[in-house]
Design a protein around this ligand. Structure first.
Ligand code: ATP
Ligand code: MG
Length: 456
């Protein structure tokens, strides 16, 4: 019997070699290679339109497209991150931690789409039909044209798609399905790539919307090859604090809309409920008294400003080298802010541990949060408080200067709705005024510190 050829594939980036490597030369990951047996079948010659031979080049002026059909999911927070609804024939990948609510949101969406008269095929590759029915009962989903199909074989799924002719297919999850044309096990890089390729083909040729669930690895990346993210039209990530009930949906890539948009939900017994005023959710845990080391920032998530509390704790270290811990902000960003505080403000932190936490489990990567982070650290180190009615907005440069931010007016409006009275803003944005909020423009980090702290 002929021996099957094997190859080694990096599970994080998809790099292939003939033999085992300890470190991936492409992504630098250690111990990421697994062996995969190569298929003896020839790969198909395919394009997004189907079989390549059927397609001829055409002049751009000769290409006629129908109007882009967007279908609202009736879940306004979900529509917002999709850019106004699901585009018919597009592929959407939803990724998130185990148990965060991926199946819940897609079952709810399926129910809403079915109510609108769409035919839905929900492929459940991880749970039985009975388990899914239990969840459907809890969510109140019981529509006539919603088909549940417990299946892991992609060829059978394809057959059922041909038979049922659905408008939308949900695949729960891409890691659990396999194609017979590939000999490696389900969840492997080759399987995921092949299955996604075939699903993409089906979506584009039959104009079927595909909603695909993807798992994430321990470090939070979407499991499987990076090409998976390139293949699909939209990538949505599900974030949230496991121990709290709210969940954040964030658009990471969108061929049909704005990215960096967020949708906020609360997990309840009846499923995910939209949170229309998220600031109340993030700020209501805040202590009413002013405490050293707390600052409120207004971060701009997509088109929506969000008020978030930053907390810092600074204390003498018992270790030879002090600890720096960041939760919800980039670690190197924290180190940079600490360096600016030491050099430009003269705050000596070399013998101090510094912990910074973004409250609410949200990730903040917008530079306008810098000033709030710096003030939380500086006030804790000096044991003074930031006025609790003040919001802090500004990006810090390496020489301690404050850079302007975008959409300041929107941020101030949001702060005013939540009852804030004062805002520290970058000097370059000084023309932006607000009738209910007193703005204090600052040029340097030192000015910001003097402007907003008051002795306890
Ligand atoms: N009765 C309930 N009341 C409130 N929340 C519930 C209830 N039942 C389940 N949940 C929530 O639903 C979550 C599971 O949701 P779901 O199965 O959609 O997640 P998932 O992301 O698809 O998980 P997996 O990765 O295992 O497929 C639980 O972690 C829990 O927070
Ligand atoms: Mg699930």
């Amino acid at each position: 019997m002929a021996k099957l050829k094997s190859k080694w594939v990096c599970q994080s980036c998809g790099y292939e070699t003939a033999g085992y490597l300890g470190k991936c030369p492409e992504c630098g990951g250690w111990g990421t290679f697994t062996e995969e047996v190569q298929s003896s079948l020839k790969p198909q010659n395919i394009s997004p339109q189907g079989i390549l031979n059927d397609v001829q080049p055409s002049l751009i002026s000769d290409i006629h497209i129908g109007e882009e059909v967007r279908v609202s999911t009736n879940i306004s927070e979900f529509d917002r991150i999709l850019g106004g609804g699901l585009v018919q024939g597009s592929i959407v990948l939803i990724a998130g931690d185990p148990g965060i609510g991926k199946s819940t949101i897609l079952l709810q969406t399926s129910g809403e789409l079915a109510k609108k008269g769409q035919k839905i095929l929900y492929v459940t590759a991880e749970e039985s039909a009975g388990q899914l029915k239990l969840r459907a009962n809890r969510l109140g989903v019981n529509e006539n044209n919603l088909y549940i199909y417990p299946q892991t074989n992609l060829e059978s799924i394809r057959e059922q798609i041909d038979k049922i002719q659905p408008d939308t297919v949900v695949v729960d999850s891409i890691q659990a399905i396999y194609s017979q044309t590939i000999t490696s096990s389900s969840g492997s890089v080759s399987q995921i790539r092949e299955c996604c390729n075939i699903l993409m083909q089906i979506a584009k040729t039959k104009n079927i919307t595909m909603l695909i669930i993807g798992h994430v690895t321990k470090d939070g990346n979407i499991a499987g090859p990076k090409v998976l993210e390139h293949m699909v039209d939209t990538v949505i990530s599900f974030e949230g604090d496991k121990y709290k009930s709210y969940r954040i949906l964030r658009s990471m890539k969108n061929r049909f809309g704005n990215t960096a948009e967020v949708g906020i939900f609360e997990m309840s017994a009846n499923g995910l409920v939209e949170v229309l005023n998220p600031n109340q959710l993030f700020l209501n845990e805040r202590s009413q008294e002013a405490i050293p080391g707390s600052a409120i920032i207004v971060t701009n998530e997509g088109t929506r400003p969000l008020l978030v509390e930053i907390q810092a704790l600074v204390g003498a270290t018992p270790y030879p080298s002090p600890r720096r811990v960041s939760n919800g902000i980039d670690y190197s960003r924290l180190l940079q802010i600490l360096a600016v505080l030491e050099k430009r403000v003269g705050l000596n932190l070399s013998k101090q541990d510094v912990y910074v936490n973004v409250m609410g489990g949200i990730e903040v990567d917008e530079p306008s949060a810098d000033l709030g982070i710096a003030l939380a650290i500086a006030t804790c180190a000096r044991d003074v408080v930031v006025d609790p009615q003040t919001v802090i907005i500004g990006e810090i440069g390496l020489s301690g200067e404050i850079h302007p931010v975008n959409n300041l007016e929107k941020r101030l409006n949001e702060a005013s709705v939540s009852g804030f009275k004062k805002a520290i803003i970058p000097y370059a944005n000084r023309d932006v005024q607000h009738e209910k909020i007193k703005t204090v423009p600052v040029k340097r980090l030192m000015d910001a510190i003097s402007a907003c702290i008051s002795p306890q």
